[in-house]
Design a protein around this ligand. Structure first.
Ligand SMILES: NC(=O)c1ccc[n+]([C@@H]2O[C@H](COP(=O)([O-])OP(=O)(O)OC[C@H]3O[C@@H](n4cnc5c(N)ncnc54)[C@H](OP(=O)(O)O)[C@@H]3O)[C@@H](O)[C@H]2O)c1
Length: 269
């Protein structure tokens, strides 16, 4: 896939291990997913690689993302760790490499990490580079280090209950694309009455409404599922067109509910 940007619809793989992740990626590829999101810390790059190798999809039709774990952010560690990821994924190059989290307590200077990431790209280990869980302050530093054009996306938690507006506004103002992770709030969107009502009006599910809401704002989405019917239904969200009233009703659901908040997380906006 020799496009310069990342596909709007991807398949997440966080928490999925062993045969479960192999099955999820295999089903996803069969159903038409062409963008797979993994990470060093997920411990499933080898299984993702196996499922890709066993699938029928040509490499140049696939978009594969991995993420550099916090232990590998130093200048002398990033590239060897990415080479290890590529070995596990059975690929000579990934499409996108993200810095998974800013260095805890900013222990490794961001400039050092971003320069190493740029070097990985220059070596052909990754086609695109980007960031994840970056706050406005970290985005400012990343832009100063390598320029916004080198940041293909900032992958952050976004769903109707955590709309992350400061990050979204800053990213938009600087031309940085966003990827919404946990776009289903890990399944919690299914229980929300407003999303249920909008879904009933459209004859779809709350999960599909949550995905359509992100897509309609220009975010990429990377929902995960272990179930073929959910994987298939989620992809159908691209066909949904939400009205202005629907979008405003969902905008009111923001309650700052952050689900991914480990102890080493940065000071959120
Ligand atoms: N950069 C980061 O720090 C970061 C952090 C977290 C996540 N991520 C990425 O984002 C991806 C998505 O996040 P996530 O997997 O944590 O959460 P998610 O995609 O918001 O939710 C996944 C959960 O929703 C359920 N689900 C999926 N489709 C459904 C449907 N149509 N109807 C009802 N339930 C449905 C799944 O259960 P079933 O298996 O039963 O369908 C699963 O329990 C991750 O896999 C990972 O790749 C990145």
């Amino acid at each position: 896939m020799n496009t310069s940007s990342l596909p709007a619809f991807g398949l997440g793989s966080f928490r999925l291990q062993g045969q479960q992740v192999i099955d999820s990626v295999r089903m996803g590829l069969e159903l038409g997913y062409r963008h797979i999101d993994t990470a060093q810390i997920y411990g499933n790059e080898a299984e993702v690689g196996q499922a890709i190798a066993e699938g029928d999809v040509a490499r140049d039709s696939l978009f594969v993302t991995t993420k550099i774990w916090t232990e590998n952010l130093a200048g002398d560690r990033l590239i060897p760790s990415l080479k290890d990821s590529l070995h596990k994924l059975r690929l000579p190059q990934v499409d996108l490499t993200l810095i998974h989290w800013p260095s805890p307590d900013d222990a490794v200077p961001l400039n050092e990490t971003m320069q190493a990431l740029a070097e990985a790209k220059a070596l052909g280990l990754t086609r695109l580079t980007g960031i994840s869980n970056f706050t406005v302050a970290h985005m400012e530093q990343a832009i100063a280090a390598v320029g916004a054009a080198e940041i293909a996306t900032n992958q952050v938690e976004i769903h109707p209950f955590l709309q992350n507006r400061k990050v979204v506004e800053f990213a938009r103002a600087h031309g940085i694309h966003l990827t919404a992770y946990m776009p289903l709030a890990y399944g919690r969107v299914m229980q929300d009455a407003t999303l249920q009502q909008i879904a009933a009006r459209h004859g779809v599910t709350p999960a599909q409404i949550a995905l359509a809401w992100s897509l309609q704002q220009g975010f990429a989405v990377i929902p995960s599922s272990t179930r073929r019917d959910n994987l298939a239904a989620n992809l159908e969200a691209v066909k949904i067109r939400l009205s202005d009233e629907d979008m405003s009703a969902i905008a009111r659901l923001d309650r700052g509910e952050r689900l991914a908040n480990p102890g080493f997380a940065p000071q959120w906006d």
